[in-house]
Design a protein. Structure first.
Length: 402
């Protein structure tokens, strides 16, 4: 059997080498571009190649539209190029180029002969402040990727992303000031509001008494959770600079009597006890494996035997997301100096090593950008059955309560 597999592998390598030599031959490329059977394939691959080369330019067109608030302006009503030139304070030639480029990228569309309006993708962006905030922060990532080979060779040291993501590599994150974490916290808050709805839709909180949100930022998720489960008591744990912001925001939301805010560093301190459910929203993927395992063990110690943990974040392995995780998010983690996107199976392995008895992947309305794993502290008869069948692929369920 092993000999057969080696022979098959050798055959595949020889075939791949021959294919590579053929595709690299310029004479074959010219022939494929004109031969009727292969012409459409060659043209499609050529377009894909040039899109890859021009990707940075496309992203900068999008960045310009966002920075100029073009989508917000056109959401009010379509406008002519001349009107937009005056409103954007741009020369007419520059305005025309930007509008034509945005139309080609299907961000805008022509409305008649002389007016421009939002295309469906532009309209979605106009109503999505979280995505807009993310686009606005890309300038830091682009600065780090200006010399990608240098970033790869020199490793993950002092980068624009790591300075922005201040507590990712700080020696004493608990000593960071509010000003040092303000920008990143604002970005997380904007996007957290969007994701919070999907988390509470995926998992019913009304069977729990006390919710501990670890790394909860300014309290955005807890405010949403409180609206879904009015009886639920709330505990937020985060760095001192973030905890103070959360305390103010939760009080402004009328939750001062229901919410407790505890300041600390989950890398070095113990977590508050007394909660029967804990949440980690986009926290685990910020940690390297050793730190992630240590964090999960801390959460397990803080929970009772019937406790539950929710992990919500983008997870690798979702079909159609290879570029998102391997290229895009991977570059962010590389520049930040910490973290990586994991598959649900990898998270399940970490959870088992941390002492959780069973876990499963919940169905979520935003499977492409968000996955939710629920982990239980204690096994049950059904849990043991799940463990036997769920080693390879975590089982899915539409919703799960206690």
């Amino acid at each position: 059997m092993k000999l057969g597999r080696r022979s098959q592998s050798s055959w595949r390598e020889r075939w791949s080498a021959a294919r590579d030599r053929l595709l690299a031959d310029q004479r074959f490329q010219r022939w494929a571009a004109t031969f009727p059977i292969t012409r459409h394939i060659a043209q499609r691959r050529s377009r894909a190649f040039f899109d890859l080369c021009a990707g940075f330019v496309y992203s900068q067109v999008l960045a310009a539209c966002v920075q100029l608030r073009l989508f917000d302006i056109l959401l009010e009503q379509p406008r002519t190029a001349a009107q937009l030139s005056r409103e954007l304070a741009l020369p007419m030639e520059s305005t025309t180029w930007l509008l034509e480029a945005a139309v080609s990228l299907e961000l805008l569309e022509r409305r008649g002969n002389d007016r421009f309006g939002l295309a469906p993708m532009g309209a979605v962006l106009a109503g999505n402040p979280a995505t807009v905030a993310l686009i606005e922060q890309h300038s830091r990532l682009y600065a780090d990727l200006r010399d990608p080979v240098a970033l790869l060779r020199e490793g993950r040291h002092d980068t624009a992303v790591s300075r922005y993501w201040a507590y990712a590599r700080a020696q004493r994150p608990e000593a960071l000031s509010a000003e040092q974490v303000a920008d990143y916290t604002a970005l997380m808050s904007a996007s957290q509001a969007l994701l919070a709805d999907h988390v509470v839709d995926a998992y019913a909180l009304d069977g729990h008494r006390v919710l501990l949100d670890v790394g909860g930022g300014d309290g955005t998720f807890l405010i949403k959770a409180a609206s879904r489960a009015p009886h639920l008591r709330l505990v937020l744990f985060d760095l001192p600079a973030l905890a103070e912001r959360a305390r103010i925001r939760l009080a402004e939301a009328g939750l001062g009597a229901r919410a407790e805010v505890v300041a600390g560093d989950f890398h070095s301190g113990r977590l508050p006890t007394g909660a029967d459910i804990a949440t980690l929203l986009r926290v685990v993927h910020d940690q390297d494996d050793d730190a992630a395992l240590a964090l999960l063990r801390s959460v397990r110690r803080a929970l009772p035997e019937d406790g539950v943990l929710l992990i919500a974040e983008p997870m690798a392995g979702t079909p159609g997301t290879e570029r998102l995780f391997k290229a895009y998010l991977g570059s962010i983690f590389l520049a930040a100096g910490t973290g990586r996107a994991r598959t649900p199976d990898e998270i399940g392995s970490l959870l088992r090593n941390a002492g959780f008895a069973r876990s499963r992947l919940l169905a979520c309305r935003r499977d492409l950008f968000l996955s939710v794993v629920v982990a239980h502290c204690s096994p049950s008869k059904s849990a043991r059955a799940f463990t036997r069948i769920g080693r390879g692929t975590l089982a899915r369920s539409k919703t799960e309560s206690r």
